[in-house]
Design a protein around this ligand. Sequence first.
Ligand code: DX5
Ligand code: ZN
Length: 224
Amino acid sequence: LPKARLAPSILSADFTRLGEEVTNVLKAGADWIHFDVMDNHFVPNLTFGPMICEAIRPITDATIDVHLMVEPVDALVPMFAKAGANVITFHPEASRHVHRTLALIRDHGCKAGLVFNPATPLSWMDHVMDQLDIILLMSVNPGFGGQSFIESTLAKLTDARQRIDRHLDAGGQPIALEVDGGVKVDNIGRIRAAGADTFVAGSAIFGKPDYVAIIAQMRQAIAN
Ligand code: DX5
Ligand code: ZN
């Protein structure tokens, strides 16, 4: 399995001091910063747009991992790329032309990926494997932080890991396998064992008194 990466989601950060929060989780050992972009159309919630990415970009060179829970998708791709996004993932149900949207993300210099909701079959990736740099599996239904991990995601993770390994064995490019939703210290070990290499966590990290301690506990749970 590729080296484990922690990607705290700013959805649960203290927005009165967002820059400080981002700096602190990265100093505490986080690898990526996960941006949960919601448009109150694809999901029943509304968060933030490219301007927040633009605001955070100058304070870190860490990977900014943009999760677009929006429909339509395409118009936001160049905007987030210009705002400094490094990774852009979207839900295939939200794009009329998935192959074209993936190409658009890469054409703008970002890593591209698809996000699979709990009920979205992995077969959506079958005809675009060469266009993927990352796959994101939702272990909750998107829209809110603080939900409970959906256990059936573990089997889906193993299936996704096998698909990626087959792709690699056939000489394909590396594809990261990220999981998002309800990731905690007490389940991250099982999620790693099922095949994930990148872990989004919002409420498990932000709001905790000591970021160094919680990130160390997560890494310890992954290593076990
Ligand atoms: C759902 C969001 C959340 C968030 C993580 O749309 O994508 O999954 O990133 O939230 P927690 O870690 O609090 O479940
Ligand atoms: Zn997310």
